[in-house]
Design a binder for this molecule. Sequence first.
Ligand code: THU
Length: 134
Amino acid sequence: MDFTELYETAVGMRFFAYTPYYDFRVGAALLAENESGEKRVFTGCNVQNSAFGANICAEHTAGAKAVSEGYRVFRAVAVAGGMGDEISEMVLPCGVCRQFLSEFAAEGMKVILLKDGSPAVFTLDEIFPRPFAL
Ligand code: THU
């Protein structure tokens, strides 16, 4: 799957976003690899909660799905978000998600975001240069 398809998959995942409190719908598609070198795409959406702090972001959902199935090497993630049916430019992973992704990021992990009307490829390093690491 190329990066454009990964981005389109993220767009499609906005359909499942659970956003009764604030209709900012986010979809994510994560390309991950397991110990046998098998690659798979895991998808996610944001899942809000009436206790706002219990919100789960789309990237976090996709990442937890991947790790829970043994796919611990993250190669690329596409994120698409916006209010209602609109898709906004440059919806970047939040700080918590950047830290979460950095735990499993392969060297040079890509982040695909909408920029100037098309999916554009960034690296996690570029948007999160100094992660916390124990
Ligand atoms: N959100 C994500 O799913 N991913 C991000 O990286 C940023 C924000 C969600 C959280 C919340 O449900 C909504 O977007 C806006 O607050």
